[in-house]
Write a protein that binds this ligand. Structure first.
Ligand SMILES: [Zn+2]
Length: 267
């Protein structure tokens, strides 16, 4: 969700790779959720091929980050709120994109280190309770975080990123697994994707806000998320990959009344 890579110490050795690929976690196929359409990479692989290669990564994250599926036990407090809002946003996301209704959507709570929220392409959304708690997010702000991550999944952003890396190396005739291995060994190649990733972030913001507004949540209450994230990030080192546009610029781009109308927001 924000500029930090999802993994740090524990994951760095294993490869920013994995972390980067989470960030490699769009909107392809020329579907426009608003005015902000960009030239997109052509998808070279099937969703099934991507998922076959990324499922093992999910298992690694689950273990390294001390993740736990939200439905594993009864919840209270923040965990219960996350569970409830996830279900609400998912209902709206499925309504807006019926083709994604049967995907394997899951919320996984991260109990280990504080990592930024991220989503795997199969629909597994990882959220650190420490990350949310430290930012003191309200329900509308949590809704936007979760809807943003769902937008990355629905938009098949990771597939688009992997495709772009393969397309840049036609002579190597790469499969998904080859691309993932390459990123793991030479994570800096992900820097090639900065422009695409930034465009995808803006798209996930727009699609996420559309999901939030369709749930009847006030846009103004959700967008304060960016202020809280900016406050929490103050003084932090920039990530290895400059994958995200500046937070307050992201907020600004969602504030216009034209934007509100095109995204179905009333306020
Ligand atoms: Zn994002």
């Amino acid at each position: 969700m924000d500029g930090a890579q999802p993994g740090r110490a524990g994951l760095i050795r294993r490869g920013i790779a994995a972390a980067t690929l989470c960030l490699l976690a769009g909107l392809a196929g020329g579907v426009a959720w608003g005015a902000n359409t960009v030239e997109r990479a052509k998808l070279q692989f099937s969703r099934d091929e991507l998922l076959a290669s990324t499922r093992p990564m999910s298992q690694v994250y689950l273990k390294e980050l001390h993740g736990e599926p939200v439905e594993a036990r009864p919840r209270a407090g923040l965990e219960l709120r996350l569970q409830r809002i996830f279900a609400q946003m998912l209902g709206e996301a499925k309504r807006l994109r019926p083709s994604a209704a049967q995907w394997d959507w899951r919320l996984t709570l991260v109990h280990g280190e504080e990592v930024s929220p991220f989503a795997m392409p199969d629909g597994q959304v990882f959220v650190s309770t420490k990350w949310v708690g430290r930012r003191r997010l309200g329900d509308a702000e949590i809704a936007l975080v979760l809807a943003h991550e769902m937008a990355h999944v629905i938009g098949e952003h990771m597939l688009e990123r992997v495709s772009a890396l393969a397309a840049a190396r036609p002579a190597r005739n790469m499969r998904v697994s080859d691309v993932l291995r390459m990123v793991e060994e030479e994570w800096h190649v992900a820097r090639e994707l900065e422009t695409l990733m930034q465009a995808q972030e803006l798209e996930a913001d727009r699609m996420g806000l559309r999901i939030v507004c369709s749930a009847g949540i006030a846009r103004s209450q959700a967008l304060t998320l960016f202020d809280k994230m900016a406050r929490a990030d103050r003084g932090q080192e920039p990530g290895f990959i400059n994958s995200h546009p500046e937070l307050l610029a992201r907020k600004q781009s969602l504030l216009g009344s034209m934007e509100a109308r095109s995204l179905g927001c009333e306020d």
